[in-house]
Ligand binder design. Structure first.
Ligand SMILES: [Fe+2]
Length: 316
């Protein structure tokens, strides 16, 4: 079944036997949809638990990318070795569009979401065609995009000493860095090329090395591969950490009007997945951004990351 802008696949379109690897023709059917839209939704496959979801993913034969090894700044909880809760931020908090972990040196090639329970109201997952957003931004802000291409971007965020579940990026520094004390944290960050500064409350302000903000990943079509929209729209400053969350790779300032334009064009190129219980979505993280609309009531969407891709920092 094809909606106006993406495909919802059912067992009538493509039978998938949980526990049986997908065959070549089935993989082609799916990759055709991913190539066309950047994502696909699977509906009515009888998936109701985290373990069902885990087993469904196994059929795709994609390498796992665990939350523990990721540099994600969101608070999450593992349900199986592949499956964890999506961002635990409270219902009223909007998660703005982003490519998963594009603000880090290692990010997933694909991600899956599974709707264990839809919200009473709201809670859709917006999906943005990042290549389309980039074209639109280039048309209205060519100098901004040229500078991003040349210099990349640096991200700064504050990691709390303890997990802050009220924040969309509240993962503690010990958990994010997978360390047990401050000395180990400093060693890890130095190895990765991050700069850092300790905050008065025991938190840590970290800044990434210069990371690419536009890339085509060998596919011949550039995407707006970064975390600029989410960082500009929602990353908050801690009390004693006033520096901008974003700057160009050479530390120069990014104009607010440019950031606002990036947010606008991204949402203008977005469609929403309105979840039904049991739905699974497969996203190409190198092609589409995603987020989370605010909601009312309770909502459970689980996530799984696949195919870690490491990329070096820009040598700036
Ligand atoms: Fe995400």
């Amino acid at each position: 079944m094809t909606t106006s802008s993406f495909t919802v696949m059912t067992p009538a379109d493509l039978p998938i036997s949980v526990g049986t690897p997908l065959d070549g023709p089935s993989k082609t059917v799916i990759s055709d949809q991913i190539n066309a839209h950047g994502f696909v939704v699977f509906r009515d496959y009888g998936i109701s638990t985290a373990q069902d979801f885990h087993d469904f993913i196994e059929a795709f034969d994609l390498p796992n990318f665990t939350y523990t090894e990721s540099f994600s700044n969101a608070v999450r909880h593992n349900r199986t070795s592949r499956v964890f809760t999506a961002n635990e931020a409270p219902p009223e908090v909007e998660i703005f569009l982003h490519h998963e972990m594009a603000q880090t040196l290692t990010f997933p090639g694909q991600l899956f979401f599974f709707c264990e329970k839809p919200a009473e109201t709201g809670g859709a997952t917006p999906i943005c065609r990042s290549d389309h957003a980039l074209l639109a931004l280039t048309a209205i802000r060519p100098e901004f995009v040229a500078k991003l291409r040349a210099l990349g971007v640096r991200y700064r965020n504050s990691m709390p000493i303890d997990a802050d579940v009220a924040s969309g990026q509240g993962r503690s520094w010990k958990d994010t860095l997978n360390v047990s004390n401050a000395e180990q944290a400093e060693t890890r960050l130095t190895e990765l090329g991050y700069s850092f500064r300790w905050l008065n409350d025991g938190g840590l302000s970290v800044q990434t090395p210069a990371l690419m903000a536009v890339d085509e990943f060998g596919r011949g079509k550039d995407v707006f591969f970064n975390q600029i929209v989410a960082a500009a729209a929602s990353w908050a400053n801690a009390d004693d950490d006033p520096e901008p969350r974003l700057c160009f790779g050479d530390h120069s300032r990014i104009e607010t009007a440019d950031l606002e334009a990036a947010i606008d064009v991204s949402y203008e190129n977005t469609i929403d997945i309105e979840w039904q219980k049991g739905d699974i979505a497969l996203l190409d993280n190198l092609k589409v951004m995603h987020g989370r609309r605010s909601f009312e009531g309770t909502r459970s969407v689980l996530a799984a990351l696949c195919s870690p891709i490491a990329r070096p920092a820009l040598g700036l």
